[in-house]
Design a protein around this ligand. Structure first.
Ligand SMILES: Nc1ncnc2c1ncn2[C@@H]1O[C@H](COP(=O)(O)OP(=O)(O)OP(=O)(O)O)[C@@H](O)[C@H]1O
Length: 458
């Protein structure tokens, strides 16, 4: 049954940021499935409230693939110590009648919505508009509306993490509710290419063509730079775009660079994309970053102190995804360690995210720890429990969390440990670092310098 639950967890990744997944989903504990009721453990009431408000309906729907008779999800508060008793339960089930209270959700109610390919968090309401993105926002809103358009197609262009997918999904979300009869097709360039290759292999290319040309009123096509160098797929896309535009259909494409700067695009595709209205999104300014943090936190039901909002907005300037990871990291730390959200916490979390640091991977961090402690990676992965190895292992896990964007599960796997061991290690190191004259603190500063220097040296 655990395997089934893990498969459901995997599917829950869609629609959540990595930080949210690590914080709320990876930490959910599978307790039991009794044939109809899936019982999951939450760490604390904050965790349970979030899951209740944001996830239960999806668990009910997605869970049915793996637990066919699933009727009800029950959330119980469990201590991080599995030996302690379960404390309190909270149930969601299919309603017998409509007046059973707000916690009851039915498959029928949520099923329709959840078949949508669009991230429910990515709506126009949740998108903060500022100078950097106003034009892109207004263009997308017009594309999702029914008013006559100056243009039928738009190309959203921005560096990673600045909101291209958010706006594209917002168009999809709005169309699905305001004009449900409209056929919206959302694909990344990679999915488009894979679909086409599969169709060719199965000799079903005509079906593929008609799916896009006849069965689509709005095409949302992400990350077009993927087409670079793929000649046959580019040819097919040109025909598809021409057909759609001739029939007055709407098209939104996204990419990191201007169509003209994408290498190895054939002349026809370059010219089609070049003719599309380009709506750039720039890095958000300070005021926009502040509002983004405030709104994201409010979405998770948290009101942040203003000094923390300003601190984060000041510190993380490059991309909104990073800003969001910082916020989620801070909420995670606050929730796991039971610490209030404060400037201290914000400082700790952002230190790992300073804009000048490129992203690091687990082997890089582990190697720095091994060198400093004079132990090998095999020892870190082994069952050895002597003080030196245990300390090195815990610090390595802590620093992997701090310096890499890897999930708790990935870190656990790298060290051959369980997810809860990593949480325990992080908590333990954190406590130790808070002690006066902590010897681990000096050691950590030394390792951190080593990691950062190597990282800056490239
Ligand atoms: N103006 C904004 N208001 C609110 N959230 C934003 C804004 N811009 C970006 N975000 C958030 O930042 C995160 C990254 O955005 P998104 O996935 O849309 O980036 P992207 O440009 O598609 O990046 P990539 O090219 O890497 O796919 C998302 O969680 C999104 O909600």
């Amino acid at each position: 049954m655990l395997k089934e639950w893990e498969a459901v967890q995997e599917r829950l990744k869609e629609g959540l940021s990595r930080g949210q997944y690590d914080l709320w989903v990876a930490t959910l504990r599978f307790l039991q499935f009794d044939g109809q009721v899936l019982i999951l453990g939450c760490r604390n009431s904050l965790h349970r409230d979030w899951v209740r408000n944001h996830l239960v309906s999806r668990i009910l729907t997605l869970g049915r693939d793996r637990f066919p008779q699933l009727e009800q999800v029950r959330l119980e508060l469990v201590s991080e110590d599995p030996l302690l008793e379960r404390e309190e339960a909270d149930d969601w089930q299919i309603p017998e009648d409509a007046h059973q209270g707000p916690r009851q959700l039915s498959f029928r109610d949520v099923g329709q919505k959840l078949r949508s390919p669009f991230n429910p968090r990515f709506t126009f309401d949740q998108f903060v508009v500022g100078r950097s993105n106003h034009f892109a926002y207004a263009t997308c809103l017009a594309m999702a509306g029914q008013q006559s358009l100056y243009n039928q197609s738009v190309y959203l262009m921005a560096d990673p993490g600045l909101g291209k997918s958010h706006l594209t999904h917002a168009v999809g979300n709005l169309l699905m509710t305001s004009q449900p009869a409209i056929r919206v097709r959302y694909v990344t360039a990679e999915q488009f290419a894979n679909e086409m290759i599969r169709a060719l292999k199965r000799d079903r290319i005509e079906d593929f063509k008609s799916r896009y040309r006849d069965g689509c009123d709005v095409l949302l096509l992400e990350k077009v730079e993927f087409f670079s160098g793929k000649k046959k797929i580019q040819d097919e896309l040109v025909y598809t775009l021409d057909e759609l535009l001739d029939r007055g259909r709407r098209i939104i494409c996204t990419g990191k660079t201007a169509p003209n700067d994408i290498p190895k695009l054939n002349h026809e595709l370059r010219s089609r994309l070049g003719g599309v209205l380009v709506a750039p999104i720039e890095r958000p300014d300070f005021a926009t970053r502040k509002e983004i943090i405030r709104r994201k936190a409010a979405y998770d039901g948290v009101e942040l102190p203003m000094d923390v909002v300003e601190f984060l907005a000041d510190r993380i300037t490059s991309d909104v995804r990073r800003l969001e990871s910082c916020l989620v990291g801070m909420l995670a730390k606050s929730s796991i360690l039971g610490r209030p959200i404060s400037m201290d916490l914000a400082r700790e979390v952002t230190q790992a995210m300073l804009d000048y640091l490129p992203s690091l991977d687990i082997p890089h961090v582990a190697e720095a720890v091994c060198t400093s402690f004079g132990v090998s990676m095999e020892e870190l992965r082994s069952k050895a429990r002597n003080k030196k190895v245990s300390e090195a292992r815990q610090l390595a896990m802590y620093l992997c969390r701090k310096y890499t964007s890897e999930s708790l599960n990935a870190i656990a796997q790298a060290f051959g440990r369980s997810h809860s061991t990593v949480i325990y290690a992080i908590k333990k190191v954190d406590q130790e670092l808070g002690r006066k004259n902590s010897h681990l603190k000096k050691r950590m500063e030394h390792v951190a310098r080593r990691i950062e220097t190597r990282c800056l040296d490239g």
